[in-house]
Design a protein around this ligand. Structure first.
Ligand code: SF4
Length: 351
């Protein structure tokens, strides 16, 4: 059961409460290079990204938000490090959300200015503590990097906003260590009801990072904790969206796109299953709705899974049995499997 939180809105996208879990990514272009940034955001949108974050490192980046926003369809968040003026400029140019820690920007007057501006335009702020950026004071008080030092470091930032009567907040507590991340978010979930932005930070290259993210984010989501997710991979950001979608699909939190069920193959397999599955995945990538396709290697264990799927194939010796919605519809030769699969899928989905 999903944890109840406050609801915030990034543009038209609600986060928290009973709303669907959203997937975010961050561009890796120079933000002020609007052509490249817009092109990358459009690729992210096409892959299913709900919210995008851009780095705002100077005034050109902040100003670019206006042009970028005019050409994209998803909310945009400005990632600000220390310069409160860049936060104010980003707001002026139409950003939908800020990622900034109020404790990093100097005087209370500056924090007040940002809060005032965010309130006027209903712009939420993400407070984010990473295991590498915990304040010295908390490291000393709680004996190093651990869930307590992360959570209390974030609470200090949160209190700064709460004291100014600002509650449009979401929180992230990311570490590259999976158990630490899980413990930190779990602890925060018991202390505050703000929506949580989940992520395993600096998770690494695509393959390893995917596994770490799936274990960390998946564990939290399965406990009902988490409202929006970002997968951090050293890879094309579009890969982050694909991974995020698969994590949500595997937990039944997203019913969209292709779900492939395929067996690991064994000594009973008499068709070239690996090649068929790989090709099917490519050809069915753009499925519009939600579809379960089972591709199984033999007539012994294959038919059970094939019957349960929207479209199912159970391999045999050179020939396979096709199922559609639980019924056997035909038998086809191995060389015709992919074409016949596409035909059957098209009867159900506007591929
Ligand atoms: Fe082997 Fe058949 Fe199971 Fe595939 S479905 S692993 S071929 S027993």
């Amino acid at each position: 059961m999903k944890r109840k939180t406050r609801v915030i809105k990034l543009g038209e996208v609600p986060i928290g409460g009973d709303n669907p879990i959203t997937i975010q990514s961050m561009t890796n272009t120079i933000t002020a290079d609007t052509d490249s940034t817009i092109a990358q955001i459009k690729d992210l949108e096409a892959a299913g990204c709900d919210i995008v974050r851009v780095a705002v490192a100077n005034i050109d980046d902040a100003q670019a938000i206006k042009d970028i926003k005019a050409q994209i369809n998803i909310p945009i968040i400005a990632d600000i490090q220390y310069n409160y003026r860049l936060a104010l400029e980003s707001i002026k140019y139409g950003v939908d959300g800020l990622r900034i820690n109020p404790g990093n920007i100097g005087s209370l007057t500056r924090v007040k200015e940002i809060v005032k501006s965010c309130k006027e335009r209903s712009i939420p702020i993400r407070i984010g503590v990473n295991s590498g950026s915990i304040k010295q004071e908390y490291l000393e008080k709680y004996n190093g990097v651990n869930a307590k030092s992360m959570v209390y470091s974030a609470l200090e930032q949160i209190k700064l906003l709460e004291e100014l009567d600002f509650y449009d907040i979401k929180i992230s507590l990311k570490a590259s260590d999976v158990p630490l991340t899980i413990e930190s978010y779990t602890m925060m979930a018991e202390m505050r009801n703000y929506p949580l932005h989940l992520g395993i930070t600096e998770a690494g290259p695509a393959w390893r990072g995917t596994i770490k993210s799936a274990v960390g984010i998946g564990s939290l989501l399965s406990k009902g904790i988490g409202d929006t997710i970002r997968i951090s991979l050293t890879a094309d950001p579009v890969e982050e969206i694909k991974v995020g979608r698969e994590i949500l699909k595997s937990l039944g939190l997203l019913n969209q796109g292709l779900e492939i069920i395929s067996c690991p193959t064994c000594g009973r397999t008499r068709i070239n299953l690996m090649e068929i599955v790989e090709e099917a995945e490519k050809r069915l990538e753009n499925i519009k709705g939600h579809m379960k396709v089972a591709i199984m290697g033999c007539p012994v264990n294959g038919p059970g899974e094939a019957r349960e799927a929207d479209i199912g194939i159970a391999g045999g010796n050179g020939k396979v049995i096709f199922f559609s919605k639980g019924q056997i519809v035909k038998r086809v030769r191995e060389e015709d499997i992919l074409d016949e699969l596409i035909k059957e899928v098209k009867k159900i989905d506007n591929l």
